[in-house]
Design a binder for this molecule. Sequence first.
Ligand SMILES: [Zn+2]
Ligand SMILES: [Zn+2]
Length: 394
Amino acid sequence: MGENLNIEELKTSVIDEIDAQRHQLSELSLKIHANPELGFHEVKATGWLTRYLEENGFSIEQGICELPTAFRASYGQGKPTIAILAEYDALPGLGHACGHNLIATCAVGAAVASKLAINQFGGSILVIGAPAEELYGGKTIMVDRGVFNNVDMAMMVHPGVYNTATTHALACQNLEVEFFGKAAHAAARPEAGINALEAMLNSFTAINSLRQHIKSTARIHGIITDGGQAANVVPAHSAANFIVRAEDNAYLDELKQKVLNCFIGAATASGARLEYKWDEVRYAPMRNNLTLARLFRQNMQSLGRRMQLFNPSNAFGSTDMGNVSQLVPGIHPIVAIAPKDVLGHSPRFAEAAASEAGVQGLVDAAKALAMTATDLVANPNIATKVKKEFQQQK
Ligand SMILES: [Zn+2]
Ligand SMILES: [Zn+2]
């Protein structure tokens, strides 16, 4: 009983600490928002974030994993080692339309406040700065290069239009395809040509047919990036980008072959030669640790923000946090910063990421993260339960 009271008092100081940082966190978030940087070029953002952490007593390693804009900031020693992840990349043409400025600022605010719990109970708190979430899956590289090998739990919060403690994210992989045909005068000698565009169109038709007979949670979508040069020339070259997504890795593998068969069939039918390349980066599905998610939700609700355990909508994408969650117990809750009709990756969402609701979201999320970190270092039984659930999911 005495100890419980202690934890509650500590949580109150953690909340006060984040309220005290509110102005600085808001300024930092707006500064990153006003200076959007694309994946692997987040030089200003990482400079500001690491300076803030350094000023607050964290040791910084910049450029880890041979990625110049990746970093690790650490405070404390020993177990458990709790990682809070920061994303800070923007979208081409849209700026911070995914609100990663809020993710980054929330992470540093939560980590600085978690020091209070670390000072009292021991353990370590890390901020892992993970670049290029949107375009290149920076975390998939960092997972492969061992950053998470000594981490016990990994947490981050993403802004959105719902308050949910878990994220449903699909496994996914990109595919680039090209057809090589033969150019000819489209009117004078069409019989001499091999039409690379028709091969591509037939592939799209085959994939549209395939889509009727796949699991409802899977996704296949693509664009044509080269469809020929002139209407009076039989296109000798065509190219497209596709993304294939599925709820689990096994079904993704099955679907990848089916999608590829559509292109192979079109190549045979047209006589065009097919070349294809699956991207080296593969996003894993999100494995939500429900022990952590419930704990986070409870802490968030104690702040007066209602939060559901599961997303009520059917809108799911993919995140490289999925790869982290396959290696260590993790959560990727969503905090609402805009009304439900605002679409992610839209100019309205970019506005929300610089709004007062955005700041409130980052402050609440930082508090709930630091309170959850407090529970984890203060109560070894909870940490054990988190790990046990993770082992059982494997
Ligand atoms: Zn995002
Ligand atoms: Zn995004």
